[in-house]
Design a protein around this ligand. Sequence first.
Ligand SMILES: Cc1ncc(COP(=O)(O)O)c(C=O)c1O
Length: 475
Amino acid sequence: MEKKQSIADFLQKHAQAEPISFHMPGHKGAAIYREHGYGVFLDRFMDWDITEIPGADNLFQTESIIAETMHRYQTMYHAKKSYLLINGSSTGLIAAIMTAVPRGGKLIMARNCHKSVLNGVMLAGGQPIYAQPELIEDYGISGQVTPMEIARCLREHPDSNAVLLTSPNYYGICSDIGAIAEIVHGAGKLLIVDQAHGAHLKFFDLYCGDNPKAAENLGADIVINSVHKTLAAFTQSAVANLCTERIDPYVFEDKLQMIESTSPSYLLMASLDINADLLEKKGETLIRQWKENLQYFYEKAAELKDLRLMQHPLLDDTKINLDMSAYGISGLELEAQLIERGIFTELVTGDIVMCMSGIGNRRCDYERLLSALSEIAKQRTFREEKEGESALCKVWDRGKVEQRAIPLERERVQLLEAAGRVCASSVIPYPPGIPLVCPGEVMDETVVQYVAQLRAAGEKVIGVDELGRVVVGKE
Ligand SMILES: Cc1ncc(COP(=O)(O)O)c(C=O)c1O
């Protein structure tokens, strides 16, 4: 019998090929630890994997070494209190929602929030009120949630408890958190910011000064950062910052311990500690280098005449959004061509391929990406866009989606027969992990066709089972 490839086989083979990573996590491999004096961590990896022995502190009652690392983050982010998270930003977001929204309460949340936010509302027993992000038509992706939209939601739902926004979003587009914080606080509510993609913003602001500012500086009450996505800690390690007196830390801690693992990984916590040490000691150099590498990349890439690089006044440009549709290359094809050249990217949406840079990317990674793009461009001649070609992107543009109560009785039906049925379990392309259809929303033909196209192209869509069925309300 043919031996199936195991997880370990896959990882071994992948690492051996020395691929270039423009995806999570931000450390981009062992080099950053080795080069900056943390090689012992890599060498003693298994030996550092311990439990709460005497002297090792306890994540849920911190008083020594873990408290010290929490304090380092608190100082770096100028927070009132910081918490290490070992189950990703997902748990920080869920705990924040459970803190801010009582059972039966309402959360105003951006419609493009990550699925963990919706899970948080459900676990809290609350009700989501959707704020619609703007559509950036030129690129077919969602953009900022405007202060006006938040003001509208607050006007229409004065009994809501809190507002939760993602900033930056998956493509790097930020919202005007400063203006939104004023509006939210003016209405006496709490503001939670999902800054999963922007743990680095605080340091860019400090050392470079020209990327969008971190939500910690702009008046948000709770800010959740996936340190692992862009900085130098392991996957799943994140930090929650409580930034104002409006949040009672004891309530937040209580919720956090309900949902986090009771066996917190010392490897993850150690990687958060090393990341803090690295930023304290070498942050200025590393962040400036990162910025210089990005400037170099953007300047050189601009020489490829028909390569479109997303530009936007609210863009965090560590997210490099590429579009080669002018060469007749779709997002999925570009991703495949880059993989052929050993370069792995984070996300494809329509014609856009998002390359997620991180603190561990070196100049040679950007050079490899540039040379791959130039090679791909040379192989193709410029061509006019054909009618209907960007149909995949139009799903965000389909106007107001009909909303009903979340069905209690459910059944599975074939995706292609689901138009007109009420969704009972979210349908989520992953990445980006943003629900395309939320429970209670009526599925329409556009969304059904869009999901079918994604699946046909080999994309992962959570909520559609192996038989091609979705969960809807029973009729
Ligand atoms: C916008 C957004 N928020 C939250 C999360 C959850 O973060 P984590 O993977 O750290 O749990 C993700 C994950 O990709 C995300 O994209």
